[in-house]
Each structure stands twice: as C-alpha cells, then as structure tokens.
Design a protein around this ligand. Structure first.
Ligand SMILES: C[S@@+](CC[C@H](N)C(=O)[O-])C[C@H]1O[C@@H](n2cnc3c(N)ncnc32)[C@H](O)[C@@H]1O
Length: 234
C-alpha cells in the first residue's frame, strides 16, 4: 500500500452547496482534484478546492491523464479527489474506478452524494416513495446500450411502480410510448428535472401523455431526470 490516497467523491447534481460536508472536506484536503466538467459546476471546484491544488479537467483530459495522476499519487504519497456527479454508486462506474485505484495500492474512500433523482424530487417537492404504504421506487436508466429504450426499463415498467429515470436519451416520444405501452395511465403524473442545481435549472410537470413534448423542449438531454408516479394502487 502506497502513502497516497484517492477520495471517490459524490459531487451531487452540480451546485456547490449540494455536496456533503465530508465530500467538501475531502476536496479541500486533496493535492489533485479531478473535475468532470459536465458533471458539477465550476463554482463547486472554486469553493472547495485548495488554491494550490492541481485541477485536472476532463474533457479535454482523458482517462490516461487520470491514471497518470493516480500513478503520481502512489509514487509521491499525494491525495486525489475524483469527483463523480450525484452519487458514485448510481450509474457512475464506481467498480471500474475502485479497480483502477486499488491496482495501484492507493488507499481509497468512497463518499456518497445527492443523486439526481433526490435532487429533482426535492426541487419539485415530490415524494419518491411513501413511508405509509412502502411502495417500491425503481431507479432505472431509460436508454439502453444501443441508444434505444432500455429493455430493462421495459421489464421493470411492467410492474407499474414509481420510477426515477436517468439517462433519458434523445427520443422522448419513444420513452412516453414505452411507459404507456407498459400500462401507465396517460394521466400518470411526471416531474422533469433538468440541470438541477445548475444556473440553467428547469423544472417541469406534466401528465405522461405530454411527456414526449415536454422532454423534447429541453436542449441538454444529458442532464435530465424524469420522475414518474406509480401506475396503480395495490
Ligand atoms: C451517468 S448518470 C450519473 C448519475 C449520477 N451518478 C447520480 O447519482 O445522479 C447521468 C444521468 O444522471 C442524471 N443527472 C445527473 N445530474 C443531473 C442534474 N443536475 N439534473 C438532472 N439530471 C441529472 C441524468 O439523467 C443524466 O443522464
């Protein structure tokens, strides 16, 4: 084990004040900060990174640059904070990152973050799941590996549970159609959170029958999460 350490930090949805205190402290304690520019705002880096920290910005930096930083951390006993958007354990390739760090003998600490579904729910005042009836909530990726609607989403949607949909993709009409075909009534309430906690945040609500139109109106589909109410009472 080397003297170096890597924090895999859940940066939250983007805003500088939606990171945990532990995450902010980890960034402030780090010699090197790896910032995925599309994932969290520049304010978050400015507010929490040390003035003398080396900030690696990707893109344009590549995975090879990040691995080189890990190599230096191992050789020189440096501390690195690698920022993930939201929570590192939710659609963020945490396993691959842990393997990269552990292969170099670096100590590692994972710090949780506010995942996009929770940030959007809070912004909307939307109850994701209810303690009284303990209904399930399914976190799902809407887009499959081929870019179309995910077969896994089609499978879980058949149960009609409340959904939090990540990676909604560019074909908003296909998403609306898939949920209608799965049996969700056309008046099922939906909440859209776009760029939650960023300066351009936009929140929108609509019945499922209008989801395609409302989603298509958003320009940056890569930063949109959709909350879908439960299809039927059990
Ligand atoms: C690769 S996943 C990463 C999820 C992240 N680890 C999390 O816990 O939120 C990227 C997806 O998260 C959602 N997302 C991330 N940040 C968001 C934000 N600020 N507002 C709305 N959705 C966001 C979008 O659905 C986006 O396509």
């Amino acid at each position: 084990v080397s003297g170096g350490k890597v924090f895999l930090v859940g940066g939250g949805p983007g805003g500088a004040d939606l990171i945990t205190v532990r995450g902010a402290r980890a960034i402030a304690a780090s010699d090197i900060v790896v910032w995925g520019r599309p994932l969290v705002t520049s304010d978050l880096i400015r507010e929490h990174a040390r003035g003398d920290a080396e900030v690696i910005v990707w893109p344009p930096a590549t995975m090879a640059d990040i691995e080189a930083a890990y190599d230096r951390a191992a050789a020189e006993g440096l501390t690195v904070a690698r920022l993930h958007g939201g929570d590192p354990a939710v659609y963020a390739r945490l396993g691959e990152e842990l393997a990269r760090v552990e292969a170099r003998g670096l100590r590692v600490e994972v710090i949780p973050g506010v995942t996009a579904a929770c940030a959007a729910a809070a912004a909307h005042g939307w109850e994701l799941s209810c303690e009284a009836d303990r209904r399930p909530l399914v976190l799902a990726c809407a887009r499959g590996p081929d870019g179309g609607i995910s077969a896994d989403l089609v499978r879980v949607a058949a149960e009609g549970d409340a959904l939090a949909l990540y990676m909604t993709g560019s074909d908003a009409t296909a998403l609306e159609r898939a949920l209608l075909d799965a049996g969700y009534p056309s008046d099922t309430p939906c909440a859209i959170g776009h760029a939650v906690s960023w300066p351009e945040e936009a929140l929108d609500r609509c019945p499922l029958s209008d989801l395609g139109t409302h989603l298509a109106a958003r320009e940056r589909a890569g930063q949109t999460v959709v909350l879908v109410g439960r299809a039927r009472q059990r």
